[in-house]
Design a protein around this ligand. Structure first.
Ligand code: C5P
Length: 222
């Protein structure tokens, strides 16, 4: 059977990665979380006390940085220069700095190049902000996932509490709104629905509903 590529884009905390992971598992495809790559370089920059507004400094850092996405059962582990940083890249400090790092054109160029190499053989489910528009413009299935900011903040809040992390709903909501604003308004490859993407509003859908819909759409194209 043919191996297609599936692009899933959408705003922060819209459920992209949860859905992408399960879809990849069901189709025996590789899941690629591109946000994790932006997070990994942001984490390294913060660790090295680099200036995240200084593109030249960041690109020098990135060129000598190895980011590996390893498939784990039911998910993905992120290795930065050989070290597992899957947890660290979800820290609040990284989350609130990543959209500044991701706005730099040279950083995007380098990461898009790496993402395209990972996706060139097909058989991938890739999630991010610019997958359908820029990274995999020829992918056979493009999904744009949406949900209201209240619902997204609520889901993230619940997830934090379940994991035993401290969580402040109002603050989460603010942070999600700011990240969306940065991602939508940036000059280079802003968050935008590709013309040929299929929109799914997940506000009133369960994860299983969304997964079923995406898998059905994928099977039509395989
Ligand atoms: O997907 P996630 O929320 O982990 O992404 C973190 C950040 O990385 C986004 O808010 C965005 O600034 C950036 N990003 C991006 N392009 C992608 C994936 C993520 O700019 N393809």
């Amino acid at each position: 059977t043919k191996k297609i590529s599936i692009a899933i884009d959408g705003p922060a905390a819209s459920g992209k990665s949860t859905v992408a992971k399960i879809v990849a598992e069901k189709l025996s495809y590789i899941y690629i979380d591109t946000g994790a790559m932006y997070r990994a370089v942001t984490y390294k920059a913060l660790m090295k006390k680099a200036d995240i507004h200084d593109q030249d400094e960041l690109i020098r850092l990135l060129k000598e940085t190895d980011i590996e996405l390893k498939q784990k059962n039911g998910g993905q582990a992120v290795f930065l220069d050989g070290k597992d940083v899957s947890k660290e890249i979800r820290d609040t400090e990284v989350t609130n700095s990543v959209s500044i790092v991701a706005a730099h054109g040279l950083i995007r160029e380098e990461l898009v190049y790496r993402q395209q190499k990972l996706g060139e053989k097909g058989g991938v489910v890739m999630d991010g902000r610019d997958i359908g528009t820029k990274v995999l413009p020829d992918s056979e299935l493009k999904i744009f996932m949406l949900a209201s900011v209240d619902i997204r903040a609520e889901r993230r809040h619940k997830e934090n509490l379940e994991k035993g992390y401290p969580s402040d709903f109002a603050k989460l909501r603010e942070e999600i709104m700011l990240r969306d604003k940065n991602d939508t308004e940036r000059e280079i490859s802003p968050l935008k629905k590709a013309d040929d993407a299929i929109e799914i509003d997940t506000s009133s859908l369960s994860i299983e509903d969304v997964v079923a819909r995406v898998v059905a759409l994928a099977r039509e194209r395989i």
